[in-house]
Design a protein around this ligand. Structure first.
Ligand code: FES
Length: 102
């Protein structure tokens, strides 16, 4: 599957990845995000702004993700934590932008 990533400098990149991966792992391996807590849902450095089409298809964020996002200042309406998103076939073609730094 492919995902379309816009980095913090505005550069677009298409990444090939396997279904079943955590989105955060795919992004961290390529140094798009720091993901400093390693996916424990406690740092917020894996935040992305998901394209509106795909945002509506994601399952709702859990309580910990919601609370963490509420405490960040760099969120947008389609913000999600990439460590809480598992890539499945429905997300092929996912578009996202790496969140601006806090
Ligand atoms: S990696 Fe820390 S909140 Fe996602």
């Amino acid at each position: 599957m492919k995902i379309h990533v816009k980095d913090r400098n505005g550069h677009d990149e298409i990444i090939e990845c396997d279904a079943g991966n955590l989105l955060m792992r795919v992004l961290a391996e390529r140094d798009f995000v720091d993901a400093t807590c390693g996916g424990e849902c406690s740092c917020g450095t894996c935040q992305v702004y998901v394209g509106t089409d795909h945002f509506a298809r994601l399952s709702a964020p859990g309580e910990f993700e919601r609370e963490l996002l509420e405490g960040l200042t760099n969120t947008q309406p389609t913000s999600r934590l990439s460590c809480q998103i598992t890539l499945d076939g429905d997300l092929d073609g996912l578009t996202l932008e790496i969140a601006k730094p806090e």
